[in-house]
Structures are given as C-alpha cells and as structure tokens.
Design a binder for this molecule. Sequence first.
Ligand code: SF4
Ligand code: SF4
Length: 284
Amino acid sequence: EVDAIISAVGQRIDQIIINDLPKLEWTRWNTIGTGDVTMETSIEGVFAAGDAVSGPATVVEAIAGGKRAADAIDRYLSKKSPKIQAPVPPRSERVPLIETDADEKMTFPRASLPLLDHQLRRTSFQQVELEFSEESAKQEACRCLRCDICIRCQRCVEICRDEMGIGALEFGYMDTDQPRPTDFRVTREKCISCGACAANCPNDAIRIEDRDDDRLLMLCGTVLNRQRLLPCRSCGTAVGTAVYLDYIRNKIGTIGQIIHDRQLCEACARKENARKSVGHVLNI
Ligand code: SF4
Ligand code: SF4
C-alpha cells in the first residue's frame, strides 16, 4: 500500500556531488564517466549506474547497469579480476544510405512525436507517445549522421585542411582539434572535388562519385558538393571540375598548366607535353 506514486522522467543529472568528489570524472554530456563493463568511476572502489551514467534512458537499461555494477562490486570486494568487454560482433551488412542534400540535412527540423489526447491518457493505459507517420519517419531518418559508418576519426578533415590546404569540411560533432560548428553547406563553397578526403577515409564513409556530367562528394549519403565535370578536349574523358583544374595549374608546374589551359586529361596532357618536347629538340 502506498500513499502516492510520482512518475518522473530523468532529464538531466544533478551534479550536487561535484564539490564533494572532485576526483570524479564527468563525460562531455555531464554524466558520470565509468567503464562500460566494470561501471567503476575514476575513483577506485566507487561504482555508478543508471541515468547518472547513461543520461536519460529506459528503466531496463538502468536495471542492466545496476546488475553490471553489482557484479563488478562483488568482484572488486572478492578481489577477482574485472570482467572484460565481450568482442563487438562484426557487421554483416550495411543499411543503404539515404541520399540527402546538405541544405536539407541542415534545415530539416526534428520531427515531433504525436501524443495521445489528454482525456484518453486519464482513462486508459495506452502508450502516450504515438508512432510517426511514414513520411515523418522517412524525414527523421534523413537527419541520421550514420555514425555506424563514419567512425569520426577526423582523417578527412585533417587531409582537406592540412594536406590540401583547403579546409572545406566542418564537422563540429567530430570533436576536432580546431572545433567549429557543424555546417555541411560550407563544403561546396570551398571544395575543389579533389577526392583526397574520400581516398583516405578508412571506412568508405565519404565518397566521390561521377554521375552524368557532375562530380558528387557525399558523406554517408549527404551530398556535400556537386560540381560540373569538364571533358578532355582530346579524348572526352572527364578531367575534373573547373576549380580542380585551377588548383592543379597552381600546384603542378608544366603538366598542370597544360591540363588546365588545354583542358586535357592527364594522359593526353603528357602526350602533348612529350610532343612539344620532341618538337623543341628537333627545332634545335
Ligand atoms: S568520413 Fe571517413 S575519414 Fe572522415 S571522419 Fe568519417 S570515417 Fe573518418
Ligand atoms: S574533395 Fe573537397 S572536401 Fe574532400 S579533400 Fe578535396 S577539397 Fe576537401
């Protein structure tokens, strides 16, 4: 028998203990940092679980965390070795990417979940949060950053900024060494479609693709840049985009100059260069 039941949903962590436990480490989400399996905090012999560790989550997850912590405390007190994280099973297949334009990705608002009518909530046990419509679910899926594919290693950001000297990628959510707010739209303002980021991505998350007459740069389905390809005036093969040709003219001396000025692919530019050199030798 109880006098009152107060149902509550955890929203944020009360950091009241922060002054009493200065050695306690907190995550960037203001939750208590623990090992995934041991649930031990940065203070030896102090364990934590539940919303204080995971942030607002389900009761099931809180109970599971509590059980893991209880097991870890038992091991700690019995001086047994702590449990080791079970290996993560390899992915068997990749869910197809949803192609979304960078503008849409940045402006799609978060879909709000329809809720059960107030009157019905008082008189039934029906779930209060109802389901998305198919259209809202699809739009919400377009906002996904696909962190199952992009492992946020930041290699692409560093390559574009430090190796290519361009700095077209701004992914603040990747926690880079030079943080900036995430804006997928800035890429097209600076990107030269060189493909260096895609060539160095360890997980095929950022890709460059020639489609019809365009070259597309895509991050996990988000189209960051789309530029018109120029054909080689000799053989018709795509030579690259106008800004890319400008870039190589400035970077790669003679061949770069020929590729740019005559709009030739690399093979044709080399032939042209060789022809010119032979002509020059014969003239001598
Ligand atoms: S797109 Fe590739 S290189 Fe860039 S952060 Fe993601 S996994 Fe790393
Ligand atoms: S393709 Fe664009 S974003 Fe990628 S490295 Fe080149 S300039 Fe940077």
